[in-house]
Design a protein around this ligand. Structure first.
Ligand code: UDP
Length: 421
């Protein structure tokens, strides 16, 4: 079914042209020319949650931007039972350096739920992009006639070897694998590409806000801003080290007065979030606010009003919360890991830390030095403008799609679930 003409619809979506003031006319033209070559290409993305976490944030914006440029980009979400997401979260943890007891029963639940999803998914696209481990086995249930790409967003510096071997049974069937950073490269046969994520500056999370709008969001949640705000925005996940943030804040407060705000949401595919949130709540006090809420406007307001944003992760595939705060000209103190290292250059556009103590001393330093905040904030925003806007991500994907171009004209479609084995 075709959509109605946009003239009759009172909403507009950001297009590549909307980015012209930020990236220049030449870049806009170059991207549109690449999109034109692939006009009407039908692509589907599959992941495991509509909200909560960076993948959902990226897909929400990227698919719309692509459609605006004539690439028919869809987005499907895997439907899973709690036991399925409990297993896939264990896999996620084990891929990031934890351990897993990969029993036959876990493998069965994992593969069976993905099979059920395959049965109702009817993929009939020119290209299929599967995000992260949750939907990875889908490829086993289709007669594959078009290219399939596995896009893994996880920090893969130290995956559990047994789990990786098992997942390779699926990964090896893909035509390409996209990882966020070269250091996540693996010994696998499909060609690997490295594409860093990016943000949409026009989204609710990132668009400009007036002081009144920021005040309104903060007071809605009873967040005081009489003292400088130290903020971390993250899913409630051990890899984000929320406990370390609280410890660092407590040490810093011996020297500077401030309020800590930890905001997190609980994604549908992350069953550990609630437990971690509840355990953190014991740390609440007058100057330590811990909120579990999905409110992108609040995230935006906090990242703008914060004197400093922390992202003290101990593993981080990329870290969009870092990009988002940097875009707002806010100083970020980030864990010296994964994608954070590719965004922050220490002492230039932010700070990298390896311990709670270092985080504490950088909080003190940043809170005491207004000029430092202004200088680092300017550099941070420029870093995002030049490297981490959604148009750059779109162009990277168009280049990858373009590499499959000879294949599109030759192929039929993807077939039907159950026929492929
Ligand atoms: N986010 C949000 N509300 C929250 C916590 C996070 O909207 O309470 C968003 C955040 O703004 C960012 C994404 O979720 O866009 C998190 O992406 P990131 O890459 O930092 O981490 P991930 O959750 O994917 O590990």
């Amino acid at each position: 079914m075709d959509m109605l003409s946009t003239d009759s619809i009172p909403y507009s979506l950001p297009t590549v042209e909307s980015y012209e003031p930020l990236i220049g006319g030449e870049t806009v033209e170059r991207i549109l020319a690449k999109a034109e070559r692939l006009h009407d290409l039908h692509v589907v993305n599959v992941n495991s949650t509509y909200y909560g976490g960076g993948v959902a944030e990226i897909l929400g914006s990227l698919t719309l931007l692509m459609n605006g440029a004539g690439i028919r980009s869809g987005w499907r979400v895997l439907q899973g039972r709690p036991d399925f997401f409990s297993i896939t979260k264990k896999m996620h943890n084990a891929l990031q350096g934890g351990e897993i007891n990969l029993s036959d029963m876990k493998q069965d639940v994992y593969e069976e739920v993905v099979y059920e999803n395959a049965a109702r998914m009817h993929l009939d696209h020119d290209l299929v992009v599967v995000h992260d481990p949750q939907p990875l086995p889908l490829i086993d249930y289709f007669r594959k006639k078009s290219p399939w790409v596995w896009r893994c967003h996880i920090d893969l510096t130290q995956p559990d070897p047994g789990l990786w071997d098992y997942l390779c049974g699926f990964i090896e069937r893909y035509d390409a694998v996209v990882l966020s950073l070269p250091e996540y490269a693996q010994e696998i046969s499909p060609p690997q590409r490295f594409i860093m994520p990016a943000i949409n500056p026009f989204s609710t999370t990132n668009k400009g806000l007036s002081d009144e709008e920021i005040d309104e969001r903060l007071s809605n949640y009873g967040i005081p801003d009489d003292l400088p705000l130290v903020v971390q925005v993250s899913r409630f996940d051990k890899w984000k080290d929320p406990q370390g943030v609280i410890e660092a804040f407590r040490i810093a407060r011996k020297e500077v007065d401030a309020t800590l705000v930890l905001v997190g949401n609980i994604a549908t595919d992350d069953p550990e979030g609630q437990e971690i949130f509840e355990s953190l709540c014991q740390c609440r006090e007058e100057r330590i606010h811990i909120l579990s809420v999905q409110d992108s406007a609040l995230v935006n307001a906090l990242q703008r009003r914060a004197a400093v944003v922390l992202q003290k992760s101990i593993r981080e595939g990329f870290g969009l919360t870092v990009t988002e705060a940097m875009w707002k000209g806010t100083v970020v103190i980030g864990g010296n890991v994964g994608g954070i290292r590719h965004q922050i250059e220490d002492n230039v556009n932010g700070f990298l830390v390896d311990s709670v103590e270092e985080a504490a001393s950088q909080i003190v330093r940043v809170l005491k030095d207004h000029d430092l905040r202004a200088r680092i904030g300017r550099e941070a925003r420029e870093t995002v403008r030049s490297r981490f806007l959604m148009t750059r991500l779109m162009e990277d994907w168009l280049d990858l799609f373009g590499a499959f171009e000879p294949h599109f004209s030759l192929t039929g479609k993807t077939g039907h679930p159950g026929w492929g084995r």
